[in-house]
Design a protein around this ligand. Structure first.
Ligand code: SAH
Length: 355
């Protein structure tokens, strides 16, 4: 038998029907599937032994069954109440999740991979290399962990933590479905953000999800984009925009474009005007993200005046635009900062243990 297929089956991420089949296969009545479902997704059970509505002998016999929950390895809270978590996975790798409370909402920024292979020049995650894709249950776990720690229901999830969701599309789509049906978060309150991978935007469209979809454009022309995003060398801005148009056609949902503002690099009036040309006739919303400084490169965040000037040019051309200031800067939890010495230290420790 294949070595990999002997890995224990994990329960988190399974639907009510799948859990019911699993419980029946253990010789238990079908209604216990519903109980298991509630204990996993609502009560946050971390071991089957905790499920007190199950008969004691059964609980004991399946106590070792993997549920699929991570452990909080580290948590820091910023003055604005944003909490950043480093979560330890079953193989000892560390992944990051952020909880962002606003008024009555609680948004979780989840990772889709451990590290990221895209190596965008302004992004701290990209500087740290890539380890592996996350499984759907490891994404769902991040949301449950933040929900439990805040003691408050999660209202929104953004796939803007570590990793590139579209190179892990199957697990991301399956996490979206579980977050929607099992955790109870509306699809429109889930945002997938991508740097754009050839063919994958169309593929995502074909899943016909109702999620909010955001594309990290970050540049108003191909040359500039290639200097910031290495993968753009294999994917022209024109083809990217064409695929986005197809996405709109297939799903009937608009596309949000994210545009990081780097002082003197891509934030001049000529860039704004160039961007307008590309977006003409597009059903879209532009999210301007003032750069959050990271230690590895010396880009600068533009002045407020420069940000407003850029925004003004888009507005004049009737393009819906907003500026997204990252929360949690002080907890190193802002976009692009999701990599801290703490995590590097534990990753190093792990490699030493493995060596
Ligand atoms: N790989 C996906 C999602 C992860 S990053 C993507 O590229 O969209 C989520 C967002 O944060 C992206 O728009 C990304 O470009 C942005 N980001 C990365 N580093 C940043 C930084 N230092 N300052 C501001 N935004 C950053």
């Amino acid at each position: 038998m294949n070595q990999l297929s002997t890995k224990p089956e994990v329960l988190l991420g399974k639907s009510l029907e799948e859990l019911t089949s699993w419980i029946e296969a253990q010789g238990q009545p079908a209604y216990r599937g519903k109980q298991l479902y509630q204990w996993l997704y609502q009560k946050g059970a971390r071991s089957l032994n905790e499920i007190t509505v199950f008969p004691k002998t059964f609980r004991e016999s399946v106590a070792q069954q993997a549920i699929g929950r991570s452990q909080i390895h580290y948590c820091s809270t910023a003055p604005d109440e944003t909490r950043k978590y480093l979560l330890k996975l079953h193989d000892g790798l560390i992944v990051e999740a952020v909880g962002i409370p606003t008024d009555k909402r609680l948004t979780v920024c989840v990772s889709s991979q451990v590290g990221c292979p895209m190596a965008c020049d302004f992004c701290a995650t990209g500087k740290g290399g890539f380890e592996r894709n996350l499984k759907a249950y490891e994404i769902v776990d991040q949301v449950l962990t933040v929900q439990e720690d805040f003691g408050q229901r999660v209202s929104n999830v953004v796939f803007m933590g570590m990793g590139e969701p579209l190179i892990n599309i199957e697990e991301v789509v399956s996490a979206v479905k579980s977050l929607n049906s099992d955790v109870g978060i509306g699809q429109r309150s889930l945002t997938i953000s991508t740097v754009g991978i050839k063919g994958k935007i169309r593929e995502l469209g074909q899943h016909k999800l109702q999620v909010t979809f955001a594309v990290s454009l970050h540049a108003s022309n191909q040359n500039l984009r290639e200097t910031l995003i290495p993968s753009a060398q294999h994917y022209s801005l024109e083809s990217l925009l064409e695929e986005c148009r197809e996405y709109v056609q297939i799903t009937g949902r608009r596309v949000t474009f994210e545009y990081i503002l780097l002082s003197g690099v891509n934030d001049l009036p000529q860039h704004a005007e160039e961007l307008v040309q590309h977006l003409r006739g597009f059903q879209t919303h532009v999210n301007l993200i003032p750069y959050n400084p990271i230690s590895e490169v010396d880009y600068q965040r533009p002045s407020k005046q420069r940000i407003n000037q850029f925004k003004g040019i888009l507005q004049q051309q009737k393009i819906a635009v907003s500026v997204r200031y990252s929360r949690g800067l002080e907890a190193n939890a802002a976009c692009g900062q999701l990599r801290v010495s703490q995590q590097q230290a534990s990753q190093q420790q792990l490699s030493q243990q493995r060596a």
